[in-house]
Design a protein around this ligand. Structure first.
Ligand code: CP
Length: 313
């Protein structure tokens, strides 16, 4: 049994053994999709609160489904109708939630470091569901799970991450995880959206996407954050799409075994075409399914579970 930290704040803090342990546990959890009755008593008596200060479809819903399938009580706290809207401090809100006997809080916030502040303030376990441009560890874990499921492992694998690396928490968490597990990581994107110190994380910076994809095993396509488009990081969306967008003609030129990932939500026709998003080499829908299994595993492991064979009993 591998011990995990009290909280999941980032992939940076995890060892390769801990990451593999979470992925192995998620394999066990995924079996629930083969069952007619998707309900096990594993987390009966545990209470989970989701606290999202930013929009989410996949992350919040999959945590809710994961918790409910494992019989936890899951409460979604709507920030706009909570006392945060009346001026209550973030830490006071967190302590109020904790005082109700909550075992685990899942938080998304636009400010990097907010999950750490929360984890330092409460005894409940905390999971970072995305904080600013810092980390999105559960997205990276489901991406790793999906890659391992299709490629068998990471050793020697070349993974290209394309897009807005500068603002992407998905990219940062993927880089930490992939490099710890032995994959080679290249990043490609407009020079204005590649952080200057990114090579220090052990990745290669490539400038030509077609060349980068010629010998790549996996491409992870990041969402262009349209809300930043007016900041002048690149001339036009059309230009971005031409240089860094994934369409059928680019997919045909790439390694024929290339696996296509996108964390969602996608801007179809900008960073990925509809044809590629639904292509047989795309595993975008599988990523969403795997997100439930990975999050079930995390809820179980962080709240004290450790025996993988008992997760679905
Ligand atoms: N990938 C991801 O975090 O999606 P949501 O914003 O829908 O949760």
């Amino acid at each position: 049994m591998v011990k995990l930290p009290k909280d999941l704040l980032g992939i940076r803090e995890l060892t390769a053994d801990q990451i593999n342990y979470i992925l192995d546990s998620a394999v066990v959890c995924k079996d629930i999709f083969n069952r007619d009755l998707k309900k096990v008593p594993t987390l009966r008596g545990k209470t989970v609160v989701t606290l999202f200060f930013e929009p989410s479809t996949r992350t919040r819903t999959s945590f809710e489904i994961a918790g409910k399938w494992m019989s936890a009580d899951v409460v979604n706290l709507t920030v706009s109708s909570s006392s945060v809207a009346k001026g209550e401090s973030f830490v006071d809100t967190a302590k109020t939630i904790e005082a109700m006997g909550v075992d685990l809080i899942i938080i998304r916030h636009s400010l990097a470091g907010t999950p750490k502040l929360l984890a330092d303030s409460v005894k409940s376990h905390v999971i970072n569901a995305g904080d600013g441009a810092h980390e999105h560890p559960t997205q990276a874990l489901l991406d790793l799970f999906t890659i391992r499921e299709h490629k068998g492992g990471f050793s020697g694998l070349k993974v290209v991450i394309v897009g807005d690396i500068l603002h992407s928490r998905v990219a940062k968490s993927n880089i930490w995880g992939l490099t710890k597990l032995g994959a080679r990581v290249s990043v490609v994107g407009p020079p204005t959206l590649i952080p200057s110190g990114i090579r220090d994380l052990g990745v290669t910076v490539e400038t030509n996407l077609d060349q980068a994809l010629a010998d790549a095993d996996v491409v992870n396509i990041l969402r262009i954050q349209l809300e930043r488009q007016n900041k002048g990081y690149f001339p036009t969306l059309r230009e971005y799409s031409r240089l860094y967008g994934m369409d059928l003609s680019r997919l045909k030129k790439a390694n024929s075994n290339l696996l296509v990932l996108h964390p969602g939500p996608a801007n179809l026709g900008v960073e990925i075409s509809e044809e590629v998003s639904t292509h047989c080499q795309s595993v975008i829908t599988k990523q969403v399914t795997n997100g439930v299994a990975v999050r079930m595993a995390l809820l179980y492991l962080l709240t004290g579970g450790g025996i993988q064979n008992e997760i679905l009993h």
